[in-house]
Ligand binder design. Structure first.
Ligand SMILES: [Fe+2]
Length: 354
């Protein structure tokens, strides 16, 4: 490829060009150490401090807006033609939602650990419930995907269309009852406390691994909460771009690498964010005495792009790596990290075929 063609192919996306023009700070790289303390700058459209995390693995699909509601304040009322799941990192408050077809607002109260999703294009406004403490939240959304298609902020933020098949002002919309879902294990529109959610044990994906799939507000995006016990790590797998992994508790690190390429290591603790790039293997390793708990919010879009079989072993034609197929330095590195922390390994030795 000549350099002009190469420059053209590697140009910034319409979304990232818009962030520049809009004055919305962008964070790049492979990980964010702590979403609770990452520096924010005032974003006029939101009416509060914010920064957009568009990490390597976002790849134009999904990213994470870190934002704050100052003490005693509210953000601007907003509606947007992209899906968004909001995790409250710190503080407490409420959000009001209006449907054009109902004249009464629906109010949802929340606090640190709460997760909810403003239904697509519903008008809403966030309020801080404390006069002295800020609210910090992270909103995982697919604005990169939507903006890269429409390339118009006016269309994304000022379109009056109502998706009444998703939300039509129902008073009980933000129910915290888990119901069976076609897209994931469960559908639920409000999780008051992500730390309290019971997970299902999945040893086939790693001894000490538990998870519960979640689907909020009729989105195309999906997610899951997962836990990885102390002294264990999850089997590596590969899948599509854009899964935003937010660390809820525990400490550890992840290794990510493209097939045949070098490891990228991201260390994490409560408040960290990482995003494995499309098709890269990734492992999550717990090095704390407590289990690690993560919230992963993902692109979804079933049937779009290559069908990754992230939970099926490579031995069966899928994209999950069995321990015996891991690069040998992975286990050695983990054992050394556990020794440093004084944590026992709780995994069987790897038996590699001779
Ligand atoms: Fe993954």
């Amino acid at each position: 490829m000549d350099s002009v063609e190469k420059r053209k192919a590697l140009r910034k996306s319409p979304f990232l060009e818009w962030c520049n023009a809009e004055g919305l700070a962008v964070i790049a790289g492979y990980g964010v150490e702590d979403l609770r303390t990452v520096p924010l700058t005032y974003w006029e459209r939101l009416g509060g401090p914010a920064a957009y995390c568009h990490l390597e693995g976002s790849q134009g699909f999904v990213g994470a807006l870190a934002a704050e509601i100052p003490p005693g304040k509210s953000l601007r009322p907003i509606r947007h033609l992209y899906e968004e799941q909001i995790l409250i990192l710190e503080g407490r408050g409420a959000t009001q939602f209006w449907s054009d077809s109902s004249n009464q607002a629906v109010t949802l109260e929340w606090q640190a650990g709460s997760l909810f999703s403003p239904p697509l294009n519903t008008r809403h406004q966030h309020f801080n419930g404390s006069a002295t403490e800020p609210v910090r939240f992270v909103a995982v959304n697919n604005i990169p995907l939507m903006f890269n298609v429409f390339k118009s902020a006016d269309f994304i933020f000022n379109m009056p269309f109502e998706f009444t098949n998703r939300f039509a002002g129902q008073k009980d919309f933000f129910s915290s009852e888990f119901k069976p879902s076609e897209l994931e294990d469960t559908s639920v529109n409000f999780i008051p406390d992500v730390y309290a959610v019971q997970l299902d044990y999945h040893p086939e994906r790693g001894i000490g691994f538990s998870r519960l799939g979640i689907h909020l507000s009729g989105n195309s995006m999906v997610g899951h909460i997962m836990a990885i016990e102390s002294g264990t790590y999850k089997k590596a797998h590969r899948h599509h771009a854009g899964a935003q992994v937010i660390v809820l508790s525990g400490k550890g690190y992840s290794l990510m690498w493209p097939p045949g390429g070098d490891f990228v290591r991201v260390d994490w603790r409560k408040g960290s964010l990482l995003v494995p790039p499309e098709g890269w293997y990734h492992h999550h390793f717990t090095t704390s005495r407590e289990a690690a708990r993560h919230l992963a919010l993902r692109r979804g879009l079933r049937g779009v792009g290559m069908p990754w079989l992230a939970t099926v072993s490579e031995h069966e034609g899928g994209h999950m790596l069995e321990h015996e197929d891991e690069p040998p330095e992975i286990r050695a590195m983990y054992e050394a990290e556990l020794t440093k922390e004084g944590i026992p390994l709780r995994m069987k030795p790897i038996e590699r075929p001779k």
